[in-house]
Design a protein around this ligand. Structure first.
Ligand SMILES: C[S@@+](CC[C@H](N)C(=O)[O-])C[C@H]1O[C@@H](n2cnc3c(N)ncnc32)[C@H](O)[C@@H]1O
Length: 277
């Protein structure tokens, strides 16, 4: 079961659904392409609060879109057995006519297999939604999508994930550095230089010492870095929709990367009015 985290839970789903509708409207004009919806963290199909379903998950909302066309194929990845079973039951009961696959695996593996598949099937175009709780998507899983026909919506845990591993004093434990390197795909020296400044000072006995001080506005800087990283793989990356918790702290940045200029423009057009939510 997936639980309601806050308004951001609803907001990211609305963005993906709006984009999927626009995507299918455009792709309907290009019947030579086969469309695939890839949901890497598909969930259980519904989102509950106090044991009551309050919203449908993105998987179900995207399956509900049938005008002007449905996706030719739906591919759902869900690592939890129980969530996968719940999603499967719901899809079987309501959308049995669709061409869908639900796999109980890790999204990283499936992004890699999808990339190999797309290299062989060049007429397939993908709308991918990557909706993890934390830093579970490795950079190598994103970089394998280079030069492919994928529009990628990705939830980046800037505030809730990366920023929490960047200690104020720069004294980052080795395992946190490994996690940061895997997630961002850059070395720890680069991470240090992006988020810390070295300050020279003197200690109590007059010896010169250098200390690391964390940059200000780091959450925004993490967003800028991730967008910059996406731009090494895709031609365009949208502005980010900022998802905040009830105390107004930034949890995630949600953005879209693509090789298609029109898709990029549509993503920005969808995100911008939602800034006022
Ligand atoms: C934030 S929820 C997804 C919610 C879903 N997008 C929706 O709209 O209902 C994340 C889901 O990903 C699953 N998950 C966690 N790690 C995963 C991984 N490495 N690969 C695939 N699924 C994973 C969790 O079990 C959970 O159901």
């Amino acid at each position: 079961m997936n639980y309601f985290g806050g308004d951001w839970t609803r907001q990211k789903i609305e963005i993906v659904v709006d984009y999927a509708k626009a995507y299918l409207t455009i792709m309907n004009k290009y019947p030579q392409f086969k469309t695939l919806y890839f949901d890497g963290f598909a969930g259980s199909g519904s989102i509950v609060k106090d044991e009551i379903e309050i919203i449908k998950g993105a998987a179900i909302r995207v399956l509900e879109i049938d005008y002007p066309k449905t996706f030719d194929t739906y591919y759902f990845v869900e690592k939890s057995d129980s969530n996968k079973e719940l999603l499967q039951e719901e899809i079987e009961s309501k959308f049995s006519d669709r061409n869908y696959f639900i796999v109980n695996e890790d999204c990283n593996q499936k992004l890699n297999s999808m990339a190999s598949f797309l290299k062989k099937h060049t007429n397939v175009r993908v709308l991918a939604f990557i909706d993890p709780f934390g830093m579970s998507v490795n950079w190598t899983s994103i970089s394998c999508l280079k030069n492919l026909g994928v529009d990628l919506w990705i939830l980046v845990p800037t505030g809730i994930g990366v920023n929490r591993l960047l200690n104020n004093d720069g004294n980052i434990p080795d395992e946190w550095f490994v996690k940061l390197e895997k997630f961002l795909g850059i070395s720890r020296d680069e991470i240090r230089s992006r988020f810390y400044k070295e300050v020279k000072t003197v200690d109590l006995f007059g010896d010169s010492v250098s200390m690391a001080i964390k940059e200000t506005n780091c959450v925004q800087k993490i967003n800028d870095l991730y967008r910059e990283r996406l731009l090494t793989i895709f031609k365009y990356a949208s502005e980010a929709f900022v998802l905040r918790n009830s105390t107004n702290s930034i949890m995630y940045h949600f953005m879209m990367a693509t090789n298609n200029k029109s898709a990029f423009k549509i993503a920005n057009d969808i995100i911008k009015p939602k800034f006022k939510l």
